[in-house]
Design a protein around this ligand. Structure first.
Ligand SMILES: [Zn+2]
Ligand SMILES: [Zn+2]
Length: 807
């Protein structure tokens, strides 16, 4: 290993308002300092572990997984009076996978059983789950150091011996820190003496709370926000008494401890001993109880064939072949249980009269979902592809999102908890972040900037924009920034804390179901309503293999459901949403006039104009609209409209006609790219899907490899080389704008449903629509800003990327 020191005591932003270091920046800095390894030891939580592990692995630094836990010398179950609020610090690092599993248990139980002001672990918990963990005595707030500071050396020594007993002679260390605090001088002297007397080895750490020395002010502001202090001069508040809590170089650390090279070197030894690897990407499929005598796969198969006649009274060979193929892939990948679980949830919802959306995302391309009633759009009729949903040649997990009315989601979650067991089911954490305006206001208050000025500046920052973007957009803001050094310093501090995680809360939609108690798989804690939630966010729980289900709440589900109910009550008509006539002239006449207030997706002015020009008269005209009305494809709207009204279409090759006819020769869908590769160049569907992804993400090396295969395949199919090259060029230029047709079709169906109800039952529909809008403000307050946009997936920070990829 390169240098002779490794940081074993590091806090990130996930120490929530007690850490200003973003994981990526901490890792990048450790790289610059040529450190071979880096630890992550946030306060009492493991929030950042997966992100940290991946970031380190990417750049080739060894990740050391850990936690600075809170420890009580009493029982973790004791609470109720001030004396039990004691929570000292203790640092734990995972030496191996057993240690990782044990750390999860300790941290989770500290939250679930020991929470009193802080999540507290006790001796009993450590004794039970010590295996595979390395412990160090932590900072001035550790029980040992507290005893030393009270001149109670016997207690300090007793505690040190206890920890050594618990963790083992080779797995407990005394930790020296030097941030220039007078208390540390006293503590270090005692620790050094204790180390000799008790033969407990020393290590050296820096209590890292931010990346660089100049971030100290940002950390101060964060702490002030955290503790509710008014200003930095507020003497009472807890504060860092020096500016030394950054990621120091090995040279700097050596200079702090010139007499203890062995304690510095020992950090390298510990880093070498820690070999914990996170098992990422290994699916932990939950178990679904099937009737006796059947395997999960057999039961799924039986259900599908039982239900097939309801969807296809006389199934064609194409249908039968597709169903067999899908079942084979699903079963082979071990996902049969997943489909049964989703089917069961949908069945439960319907049995309770809870409206289920027709589907969304790529799941609409799956025939098995359609046959089971999980989705409600015929994938064969609309050319939706299974491989877009589940590609047998690629590592991919099934991801079916379900739509339920907001106000009934709780019932579904309660059902899942009951069915799979309280300890097998949890909701998922999400992190609120400091938005630009809040960062400006908070840091302005703490830095004692004139409140009027704070207000003026905050109002110059548009919602949803970052401070950097706002500085670029607003001359007034930039003038202030450039003309006044005090303002500049303030806004720089705001920039440093902007976007940091500030609190953890429960994601309203996501649920994970484990194949064993979740505490064996992920760290847990409680959410604001007392329910158990994972400490890993949505993206991370999936990476550790857990199956996540999103129960989304479309406001439109509520409106549709209420309309159906009102029509039943007032006119005695039962509307079967699953079998609406898709050729209703009234509906198309209304849409063609642009009367779309209250119609899903199509309310905006631009949409109304588009509909008036297009004059749709069949469902196939609606499907492309969701894909067309986006930046990029939008430029093709005039062509699209002209061709819809009869302008002739010229195809590069006659074989393209059946593929592009539905979109009037305009390439719109990912599925079209796949079909071209399949039908013109003879790619298998799984390969076509891989090509589509490679093109969409501009993966040059992969495209280079596939290009000759495509050209050769096309030429063999009777396409001239010149035309094949042209098609390739157009496809690869267009693919990044391509849209998921399954999603487009599913949304078009919801839009059609709302339009149909509005056109045929206007009074009932508008009544339901207005009352839902009245409740909207209330709902938004309840759900927080996470689901403020009712038409989109609630966007926790880490989900935003997925949103762009999958929709
Ligand atoms: Zn500490
Ligand atoms: Zn610490």
């Amino acid at each position: 290993m390169g240098t002779d020191f490794v940081h074993l005591h590091v806090h990130s932003e996930y120490s929530l308002l007690d850490g200003a270091g973003r994981i990526k920046e901490l890792v990048r800095r450790a790289c610059e300092l040529e450190m071979p390894a880096l630890a992550l030891t946030d306060h009492g939580v493991m929030y950042g572990i997966v992100e940290f592990y991946e970031t380190c692995t990417e750049v080739g630094i060894k990740p050391l997984l850990g936690c600075e836990i809170y420890y009580t010398t009493k029982s973790r179950f004791d609470r109720g009076s001030r004396q039990y609020a004691e929570a000292s610090h203790l640092l734990l690092l995972c030496e191996n996978e057993i240690g990782y599993r044990n750390l999860i248990k300790i941290v989770s139980k500290a939250h679930l059983e020991g929470f009193y002001y802080k999540p507290r672990a006790d001796k009993e918990l450590l004794a039970e789950y010590h295996e595979g963990l390395i412990a160090t005595s932590a900072c001035l707030a550790s029980p040992i150091c507290k005893a030393i500071l009270q001149d109670d050396l016997p207690t300090a020594e007793r505690l040190a011996c206890e920890f050594r007993e618990i963790f083992g002679h080779d797995n407990f260390f005394l930790e020296l820190q030097n941030h220039g605090l007078p208390e540390q001088r006293k503590v270090n002297e005692a620790l050094i003496a204790m180390s000799q007397k008790l033969r407990i080895p020393l290590i050296v750490t820096n209590d890292v709370h931010y990346v660089r020395a100049e971030d100290a002010q940002a950390q101060e502001v964060l702490l002030a926000i955290n503790t509710g202090a008014k200003t930095l001069e507020d003497e009472d508040r807890f504060r860092f008494k020096s500016h030394e809590f950054y990621l120091k170089s090995a040279d700097e650390m050596r200079a702090l401890f010139p007499d203890h090279p062995e304690a510095l070197a020992r950090t390298i030894e510990i880093a070498e001993r820690c070999t914990c690897r996170l098992p990422l990407g290994e699916p932990q499929m939950p178990h679904y109880e099937v009737p006796e005598g059947l395997t999960t796969e057999e039961f799924l198969r039986r259900l599908c064939y039982e239900r097939l006649p309801q969807r296809y009274p006389e199934p064609s060979d194409e249908v039968k072949k597709r169903l067999e193929y899908e079942l084979q892939v699903i079963c082979q990948k071990g996902y049969a249980g997943y489909f049964l679980i989703v089917w069961d949830i949908v069945r439960y919802a319907r049995s309770r009269g809870i409206l289920v959306g027709p589907g969304r995302g790529s799941a609409a391309g799956c025939l098995v979902s359609y046959v089971l009633g999980i989705t409600n759009i015929d994938p064969l009729k609309y050319g939706l592809m299974f491989e877009r949903f589940l590609n047998p040649e690629r590592q991919s997990s099934p991801d079916i999102d379900l739509d339920f009315p907001d106000e009934r989601r709780e019932e579904i979650i309660a059902y899942v908890r009951h069915k799979y067991g309280e300890d097998h089911v949890a909701q998922i954490v999400t992190f609120g972040t400091l938005q630009a305006r809040a960062a400006v206001r908070d840091s302005g208050r703490v830095l004692k900037i004139d409140p009027n000025l704070v207000d003026r500046v905050a109002k110059l920052i548009p919602m949803k924009l970052s401070l950097a973007e706002a500085l670029e957009m607003s001359f007034e803001l930039r003038d202030l920034y450039e003309s006044d050094p005090q303002i500049r310093q303030w806004l720089d501090t705001a920039k440093a804390i902007e976007g940091l995680a500030r609190h953890a809360s429960t994601h309203p939609c996501g649920v994970v179901i484990g194949n064993r108690p979740l505490i064996d798989l992920v760290p847990l804690q409680r959410g604001h309503d007392g329910g158990v939630i994972t400490q890993y966010d949505g993206a991370s729980v999936e990476k550790v293999g857990l199956v996540k289900m999103d129960f989304l709440g479309l406001r439109n589900s509520t409106i549709i459901g209420r309309t159906v109910q009102l029509v039943q009550e007032t006119e005695g008509i039962t509307i079967d949403l699953n079998n609406l006539p898709l050729d209703d002239p009234k509906t198309y006449a209304m849409l063609s006039e642009g009367h779309t207030v209250g119609v899903f997706q199509m309310e905006k002015t631009g949409w109304r104009k588009l509909l008036r020009e297009l004059k749709p008269d069949r469902f196939e005209h609606l499907v492309p609209l969701v894909a067309l009305y986006r930046p990029g494809p939008m430029e093709d709207i005039p062509v699209f409209v002209r061709r819809r009204h009869g302008e002739p279409i010229e195809y590069l090759h006659p074989k393209l006609e059946p593929i592009l006819r539905d979109t009037f020769g305009v390439m719109l869908y990912q599925e079209q790219v796949m079909r071209i590769a399949n039908e013109l160049a003879g790619f298998s569907m799984p390969q076509a899907e891989i090509l589509m992804r490679a093109m969409g993400k501009k993966k040059a090396d992969l495209m280079e490899k596939m290009r000759p295969l495509f050209l050769e395949g096309a030429v063999n199919n009777g396409v001239s080389r010149e035309v094949a090259e042209q098609i390739w060029e157009r496809m690869s230029a267009f693919a990044q704008y391509a849209f998921n047709k399954s999603h487009s079709a599913a949304y078009a169906l919801v839009a059609y449903q709302t339009a149909y109800l509005k056109a045929n039952f206007p009074v009932q529909y508008m009544t339901a629509f207005l009352s839902a809008n009245r409740n909207l403000r209330e709902d938004r307050r309840r759900l927080g800003r996470m689901s403020a946009d009712e038409n989109s997936r609630p966007t926790a920070r880490h989900q935003q990327k997925r949103l762009r990829l999958s929709h």
